[in-house]
Design a protein around this ligand. Structure first.
Ligand SMILES: [Zn+2]
Length: 238
């Protein structure tokens, strides 16, 4: 099982670790700052520095056991020996944008309090699908309300509850298509002070103000009652 350092501190850009095994399909470390693909968020990219040489990592995924994190090396890269020390360093600029976009999606689910049926986070953008019924969604109005929440600069924090506590509070789960992350009977909740509380395993910024500005780029009809809302990090309108 890989220790997930990004869970307790999403701002860690690098950390020393030890190689557990290394295969062309993936390199496992005892601990890592690399976020594995999941929950609609892409896997991190970056490098592993071993004996002064950089091994490019093109993706990060869970192994079949869902407990071991695999750093997928670039094709043909030299593989380190088990037991070797490695400095794991993510592409921080890319991850920070994903953290900003991901946190903006939490706020979007506050602006549009409908059941979420799907979603994904890109490098500087993201989308959520809502069962919004027949409600008319106005792009400019959604963008204005979203950015008011961003500007509120609310603190983002996490806490863990038991699976039983979550089962007793089913309204916490907004996302019908993504099962909340559970580990050893516990579920991770992400709280945005005074605004939102929901289970999530992804990486977030510490305050909503760090998102900066998010534009609503499109609202599409995806069936009778489903709406797909896309947002993107942007410069504030002048
Ligand atoms: Zn999240």
């Amino acid at each position: 099982m890989t220790e997930s350092l990004f869970r307790s501190d999403s701002y860690l850009a690098e950390a020393p670790a030890k190689v557990v095994f290394a295969e062309p399909r993936g390199i496992a470390l005892d601990r890592t700052v690399f976020y594995p693909q999941g929950g609609g968020q892409a896997g991190d990219q970056g490098v592993l520095v071993v004996a002064g040489a950089e091994i490019p990592i093109v993706n990060t995924v869970y192994d079949a056991d869902r407990r071991t994190i695999l750093h997928v090396p670039a094709a043909g890269a030299d593989l380190p020996a088990p037991g070797a020390g490695a400095l794991a360093r993510i592409d921080w600029a890319r991850r920070l944008k994903r953290m900003r976009a991901h946190t903006a999606l939490h706020l979007l689910s506050v602006v549009l309090p409908y059941p979420v049926t799907g979603g994904s986070v890109g490098d500087a953008d993201g989308r959520l699908d809502f069962d919004s019924g027949e409600a008319a969604l106005d792009k400019a109005d959604v963008e204005r309300r979203l950015n008011a929440l961003i500007a509120a600069d609310a603190a983002v924090s996490q806490r863990w509850i038991t699976g039983e506590e979550l089962a007793a509070n089913p309204s916490l789960v907004k996302t019908m298509s993504v099962k909340p992350p559970t580990g050893a009977g516990h579920v991770r909740l992400i709280a945005i002070e005074g605004l939102d509380l929901q289970p999530c395993g992804g990486t977030h910024v510490a305050r909503t103000g760090e998102i900066g500005y998010a534009s609503v780029t499109s609202i599409e009809k995806k069936g009778k009652i489903n709406r797909r809302v896309r947002i993107a990090l942007a410069d504030p309108p002048t």
